[in-house]
Write a protein that binds this ligand. Structure first.
Ligand code: SF4
Ligand code: SF4
Length: 315
């Protein structure tokens, strides 16, 4: 990632609090190839976490006080060890999150995926950048809207998304272009009304996430000559109070080969945990709490405006 002009401030130093979440990228294979994808995932990517590395992740969970396993990709469900990892983590009492693109629920061979997620009480966090077809398809490709709605209906039919229910379904919004997300609360109300009226769909929460200026989205901004303006937007909207809640304070991110990072974004930028390429098997006995986090100018994407993290707005 190229350095920003000197006139822009440096991102403040950050240190990890207590580690509670292990976010695992199971590989870059995906049935979609979205324009904003920060991992450049797609159908032609073949990188997948091996069974041995999945075992190492489980050992890591056993050796640390991990309460949440957060599974991402690509489409994490396409990894052949996905279901084994989910059931093993649930047996250990962990909260398991599946970052699901919804269309995977409609893919051939994935007919019983929704039922598997429900049976294991997996929290589904699903991307839906708008309740309107054109905005969804502009960002995620033609045909994605109808498949996403079908996927949501499958999940609702199994009991996902009911207020006070045991099956949690959260939707993720990210802006279609280089702008900050609107108010999470107001947008959640809009989504709730529109999805209910148009499709009879319900969900628990809407999480608003800022597009990070990295990977495919960054390349698109560079191509259109809009990268500088977007970085200015992020830097000017930075709020110090968001620093306390960014996800890297309590999370480590594991790549498909088992190497560790402070977050999924740093993983994509090749910025390793503690500045040294460390495999998950090497960190087994070490304490990551209190260590410095590798930050750079992309981090302003987490602290701009109401803030943004894998769990939505921070403020
Ligand atoms: S954004 Fe998600 S669904 Fe789209 S290509 Fe990337 S991993 Fe796949
Ligand atoms: S990009 Fe990663 S390291 Fe930077 S603030 Fe966000 S979560 Fe933390």
């Amino acid at each position: 990632m190229s350095a920003l002009p000197q006139s822009r401030p440096e991102f403040p130093a950050l240190f990890r609090d207590q580690l509670t979440t292990c976010q695992v990228n199971l590989g870059y294979t995906c049935n979609q190839a979205c324009h904003h994808c920060h991992v450049n995932a797609g159908p032609n990517r073949t990188e997948q976490m091996s069974g041995e590395t999945v075992d190492a992740v489980l050992d890591f969970i056993d050796q640390h006080k991990i309460a949440t396993l957060d599974l991402t990709g690509g489409a994490p469900e396409l990894n052949p060890h996905f279901r084994r990892l989910v059931t093993a983590a649930r047996r250990r009492g962990l909260r398991v999150i599946d970052r699901c693109n919804l269309t995977i629920l409609e893919e051939p061979g994935q007919d019983n995926l929704a039922a598997f997620l429900a049976e294991n009480e997996v929290v589904v966090v699903a991307s839906l950048p708008c309740y309107d077809r054109p905005n969804v398809e502009k960002q995620r490709g033609k045909g994605v809207y109808d498949l996403s709605i079908s996927g949501l209906k499958q999940l609702n039919a199994l009991g996902y998304g009911r207020v006070g229910g045991r099956l949690e379904l959260n939707l993720v919004y990210n802006p279609v272009g280089p702008s900050l997300p609107p108010s999470q609360i107001e947008l959640e109300n809009d989504y709730r009304r529109e999805l209910a009226e148009r499709h009879g769909i319900s969900f628990n929460h809407l999480l608003t996430i800022c597009n990070m200026p990295i990977a495919r989205f960054r390349h698109a901004l560079e191509r259109d000559g809009r990268l500088d303006a977007y970085m200015d937007t992020l830097v000017h909207a930075h709020r110090d109070e968001n620093l306390a809640a960014v996800m890297c304070r309590s999370l480590v991110s594991v790549d498909w080969e088992g190497y560790l990072y402070d977050c999924d974004f740093n993983q994509m930028l090749g910025m390793p945990l503690s500045g040294r390429r460390t495999h998950i098997t090497e960190l087994s006995d070490a304490n990551v709490d209190g260590r410095a986090i590798a930050v750079d100018n992309h981090c302003f994407g987490c602290t701009a405006g109401q803030g943004s993290s894998c769990g939505g707005a921070l403020a």
